[in-house]
Design a protein around this ligand. Structure first.
Ligand code: PLP
Length: 282
């Protein structure tokens, strides 16, 4: 078995798993999720992902009947059923089961887990970005499974031969379809502040902590598309990519003016990952 699925205690090969039609995740997208990177049987930064998951549940009033420790045990147990390697460990809680009705159904939430192989990214890879108007709602700090604008933006990026889409609300850059986005200007790391317009990315927080360790000033604030195009470097971060630098945005060259700083940051975040999981860079 190379990938595993789990639903409320039942588990098996991912592609053979089924779920009930009355799960509210199926017709309302009424649920929250989180996802972490695992390597050599260790789920990296699991505590932070589980904390965010419980916070998302609280913000959407989805009641979780288990403790954080119980969830961590189940995730580790499921990961243990797969061979050693690197995996994306994804889990979601949907607001229970019932015939379609907008109001809450009451009863238990449903726990889904999906674990699939993933390659650890080579941080020297440069990414190409496009910009897309951010038409999402005003609860982007909650990791809900409603991701329609995100998937449309990611697909648009792919169709244009790019890796990620940078969302902006008017002139203000927010985040990407499945990453956070940051710039470096005159030695300062600039990233959108934590508010309801962005997801509090775990990789973003590790990158900001890496800056502090390396004595790189961090400025959390609104920044503009003009600043993005003028930046010394443009970076994206996520669980799966840790920290990658961009070479183009909308086909125009960006960044490349603070390569040493980028390398230091990448070494710091990759170093943490290697130390926690025993991953050895090829
Ligand atoms: N922003 C969005 C919209 C995301 O979907 C993600 C990850 O899925 C991120 C940012 C990055 O978050 P993290 O670093 O926790 O993976």
């Amino acid at each position: 078995m190379d990938a595993l699925g789990y639903y409320n205690g039942k588990w098996g090969p991912l592609d053979e798993m089924t779920v009930p039609m009355n799960d509210r995740g199926c017709y309302f997208g009424d649920g929250i999720y989180d996802a972490a990177l695992a390597c050599n049987g260790v789920i990296f930064t699991l505590n932070e992902h589980v904390d965010r998951f419980f916070n998302s549940a609280k913000l959407l009033q989805i009641e979780l009947s288990y403790s954080k420790d119980h969830l961590k045990n189940v995730l580790n147990e499921m990961l243990g059923k797969l061979d050693k390697g690197s995996f994306l460990v994804y889990w979601q809680a949907t607001r229970g089961t019932g015939r379609r009705n907008h109001v809450f159904p009451g009863g238990e939430s449903n726990l889904w887990i999906m674990i699939k192989p993933i390659e650890i990214v080579d941080l020297s890879k440069k990414v190409k970005l496009i910009t897309v108007e951010d038409t999402r709602f005003l609860h982007c700090n909650i990791k809900t499974i409603n991701l329609i604008p995100n998937i449309l933006a990611a697909e648009k990026a792919k169709q244009e031969g790019c890796d990620e889409a940078v969302f902006h609300r008017g002139e203000t850059v927010t985040e990407c379809s499945h990453s956070n986005v940051h710039i470096i200007k005159d030695g300062t790391f600039i990233t959108h502040q934590l508010d309801n317009l962005i997801l509090p990315g775990i990789a973003r927080s590790h990158l900001a902590k890496a800056c502090i360790k390396l004595r790189i000033p961090v400025d959390e604030r609104n920044y503009t598309l003009t600043e993005l195009f003028d930046a010394d470097e443009v970076l994206i971060s996520s669980t799966g990519t840790l920290c990658l630098s961009a070479e183009t945005v909308d086909g125009k060259s960006v960044g490349g003016k603070a390569a040493d700083l980028v390398k230091k940051l990448q070494d710091q975040v990759m170093g943490e990952f290697c130390e926690a999981t025993g991953y050895v860079k090829p």
